[in-house]
Design a protein around this ligand. Structure first.
Ligand code: ATP
Length: 405
């Protein structure tokens, strides 16, 4: 399908060149016979694929691969095995002796802990529906091809939110969470065009709607977050197998029910990979040199400020240490006095430190320092009293979060 999309886009690009300013892309996409033919082909494959997934028809899936002439990108072969289901979970044993041991599974998502605790949280937190419970934790999956750095691992870190709503309102909340989460990603400032939704062809057995938020990684658009409308499936299953009632009493409706759940689930590791990919820049400078710079949003940069005495004598290191001691309780800082100041700036650029604070002889005279800003490389002289304020605005998480309101 992506190949057919590429073909369509190529036709559109060619036509855009041919027609120049007069080109109406939307009209062209709707009327050009070749584009329409491609789109028909695409829809056919799409429908077959979607049906095969929903019917669990592995034979048909294999046939689609054969009919679409899909070749292995590495070896070029089209000699495929049958399509098979893989084991997705890791099993292990729990118990003192091996003969009495119980087979258990490592969790492939963190969500279930929230489900079994939701009534405790609701009661002790005096929550009313709608409300959410969020948590972070390790998840484990028997990934067949764990690769692409930290994109796909067998042990990874998930942040999940389960949001409990009234039955029948879940699809509205699903749409609401799609908006909230997309805005959250876009607030990071990596360009709205680098994100998109990908609605699922095949819904998991517990879901009645699902979408992924995809980010344009260097290796293509890839999922960074999944949003699911999980219905009352999980709570109903826990109720059924534990024999414990998991109903919520809704004081406004004056009745009890099992809530419906909208989940949003994001991998910390994938998120970090997307931030690294988006932030990495190689720049040629006006003076003929080049630099590698990580343009992390300052609120996410691991080191907020570097404290740099211009030289290693004349009382400058002592003054720099003093400043470090003043800042280190609120900001993660690095102290560096080795090598030339230029080299030290480069080192900080490469780890994405938003601010470099340089202490020179003038500092000893009038209590001023220079602050260098990572992206513009501009330097300004400020009084020591205002350093904290200068670096705090953009490096605080508050700066990002306030943009979400
Ligand atoms: P994929 O289709 O890439 O395998 P998924 O649809 O199985 O992902 P979900 O079950 O929706 O993923 O999990 C929620 C989030 O957890 C994903 O958006 C992703 O950020 C993260 N995640 C899932 N599997 C892995 C993994 N193996 N390694 C790292 N992060 C993962």
């Amino acid at each position: 399908m992506a190949k057919i999309d590429d073909k369509v886009n190529k036709e559109v690009e060619k036509a855009a060149k041919r027609f120049g300013d007069k080109f109406d892309e939307e009209m062209y996409r709707q009327t050009n016979p070749r584009v329409l033919e491609y789109l028909t082909q695409r829809n056919e494959v799409h429908e077959r694929f979607s049906n095969a997934l929903n019917n669990n028809d592995l034979g048909e899936l294999r046939q689609i691969i054969v009919d679409a002439e899909i070749a292995c990108p590495v070896s070029g072969t089209r000699d495929w095995t049958d399509v098979r289901q893989f084991n997705l979970m890791f099993s292990t044993e729990m118990g003192a002796t091996s003969d009495g041991a119980l087979k258990v599974y490592l969790r492939p998502e963190t969500a279930q802990g929230i489900f079994v605790n939701y009534l405790n949280v609701q009661k002790t937190g005096r929550m009313r529906i709608p409300f959410g419970i969020a948590q972070i934790g390790k998840a484990f999956r028997n990934e067949i091809v764990a690769r692409q750095f930290i994109f796909r691992m067998r042990e990874f870190e998930q942040m999940e939110l389960q949001f409990f709503v009234r039955p029948g309102e879940e699809l509205e909340w699903f749409e609401e969470w799609k908006k909230i989460r997309m805005k959250w990603h876009q607030t990071l400032g990596f360009g709205a065009e680098n994100y998109r939704f990908h609605d699922h062809e095949k819904l998991a057995h517990y879901a009645n709607a699902a979408t992924d938020i995809e980010y344009k990684m260097p290796f293509g658009f890839k999922e960074v977050e999944g949003i699911h409308s999980r219905t009352d499936f999980d709570l109903a299953q826990h109720e059924k197998f534990s024999g414990k009632k998991l109903q919520y009493f809704d004081p406004e409706l004056n009745k009890s029910y099992i809530p419906y759940v909208v989940e949003t689930s994001i991998g910390v590791d994938r998120m970090i990979l997307s931030i690294m990919a988006a932030s990495y820049c190689e720049e040629d400078l006006d003076n003929g040199e080049s630099r590698v710079v990580m343009k992390f949003p300052p609120a996410l940069a691991p080191v907020k400020a570097a404290i740099l005495p211009l030289i290693r004598k004349g009382g400058l290191p002592e003054k720099a240490r003093e400043i470090m001691n003043q800042l280190k309780f609120n900001f993660s800082c690095q102290y560096d006095e080795k090598d030339s100041i230029g080299k030290r700036y480069r080192r900080q650029d490469a780890i994405g430190t938003p601010y470099c604070i340089t202490i020179d002889h003038q500092t000893l005279e009038d209590n001023t320092v220079t602050i260098r800003e990572r992206d513009t490389m501009e330097q300004k002289r400020v009084s020591l009293n205002s350093v904290e304020q200068e670096i705090s605005e953009k490096t605080k998480m508050e700066y990002l979060l306030k943009q979400l309101i």
